[in-house]
Design a protein around this ligand. Structure first.
Ligand code: UDP
Length: 313
């Protein structure tokens, strides 16, 4: 059976990847330094094909034995996190990608990089397709994440072209679901927590900026299909159903039956005004498209947060 290394395997998306590949019969090595990951995300796994290594992937990585696949998912991913850990964010995207690509070369493993819609920055093309090069402020607060991921993509392509490493690049758009942290800082966990506690819903700016939210189950399926494909250039995976942040807040108030009111706080610097993936490539190459409607995904996520908060409703 194949062996797969998942860096960031105790994180939100990473932990679902551990689950999926174990279910497919893989031997799974989960590596995480728990900066933003949490062992609770993998604590349900009881499987002798699973191992966890508490390790910072920006250092030299040694794995004994064969390795067939590497998924490099380690990174702070919430704007709140990468502003709190700017250097770690830059290091895991640059040094961490270098170390894991080196490991892939050594082991002859297929490598998949978790990149991001943030490579498009505050986009001037809408929706964003993979041929758009982006509009990123390198010295702004989000630059630490955006540029680390852009560098990671360049390094991945260089290892592919020069060292012939078999690589994949996924550009992940906003993703949500159970196992996001209460204090994650991103819109969906913030709004759900605030709604369940009947606190004010903190919409940044006028809330007319847009995002497109993909449920975790769809995301994992997209990642799985891309890994098993033979396509080396970047592929957007996300849900093209676009909405305003204000609209999202209203939907969460409705679904939770909350008494919360919306309050407007200042828009963070360089906050992208629009974001919607063009998923034509994923449709054509992977036969993939999202299946879970926002309402259904939010219901599941709200259920998780209720349990976490011990909320009365
Ligand atoms: N946002 C908001 N209130 C919050 C958290 C986020 O209005 O409490 C906004 C944020 O400014 C952005 C959008 O929601 O316009 C999505 O933010 P998130 O942090 O989820 O991810 P991003 O897409 O910015 O990486």
């Amino acid at each position: 059976m194949p062996t797969i290394l998942v860096t960031g395997g105790a994180g939100f998306i990473g932990s679902y990847l551990c689950d999926r590949f174990l279910a497919e019969g893989f031997e799974v090595i989960c590596m995480d330094n728990l900066l933003t990951g949490d062992v609770e995300n993998i604590s349900h796994i009881i499987n002798n094909k699973f191992s966890f290594i508490n390790y910072d992937v920006t250092n030299y990585v040694y794995i004994k034995g064969k390795l067939d696949y590497i998924l490099h998912f380690a990174s702070p991913a919430s704007p709140l996190d990468y502003m709190e850990y700017p250097i770690q964010t830059l290091k895991v995207g640059s040094l961490g990608t270098h170390k894991t690509l080196g490991l892939a070369k050594e082991k002859g493993a297929r490598f998949l990089l978790a990149s991001t819609s943030e490579v498009y920055g505050d986009p001037l093309v809408h929706p964003q397709n993979e041929d758009y090069w982006g509009n990123v402020n390198p010295v702004g607060p989000r630059g630490v994440y955006d540029e680390a991921k852009r560098f990671a993509e360049a390094l991945t392509m260089a290892y592919h072209r020069y060292h012939k490493v078999d690589t994949r690049i996924i550009r992940i758009f906003n993703t949500y679901g159970p196992r996001m942290r209460i204090k994650d800082g991103r819109a969906i966990p913030n709004f759900i927590t605030q709604a369940l506690l009947d606190e004010d819903i903190t919409v940044y700016g006028d809330g007319m900026q847009t995002r497109s939210f993909c449920y975790i189950k769809d995301m994992v399926e997209g990642i799985y299909r891309l890994l098993l494909s033979d396509y080396n250039l970047p592929v957007n995976i996300g849900n093209p159903s676009e909405m305003t942040v204000k609209g999202l807040a209203e939907e969460i108030i409705r679904l939770t039956g909350s008494k919360s009111k919306i309050t407007n706080l200042p828009l963070p610097e360089d906050d992208p005004k629009v974001r919607q993936p063009d998923i034509s490539r994923a449709r054509n190459i992977l036969g993939w498209q999202p299946r879970v409607e926002l309402g259904e995904g939010l219901e599941k996520t709200i259920g998780y947060f209720k349990a976490k908060l011990g909320a009365p409703k």
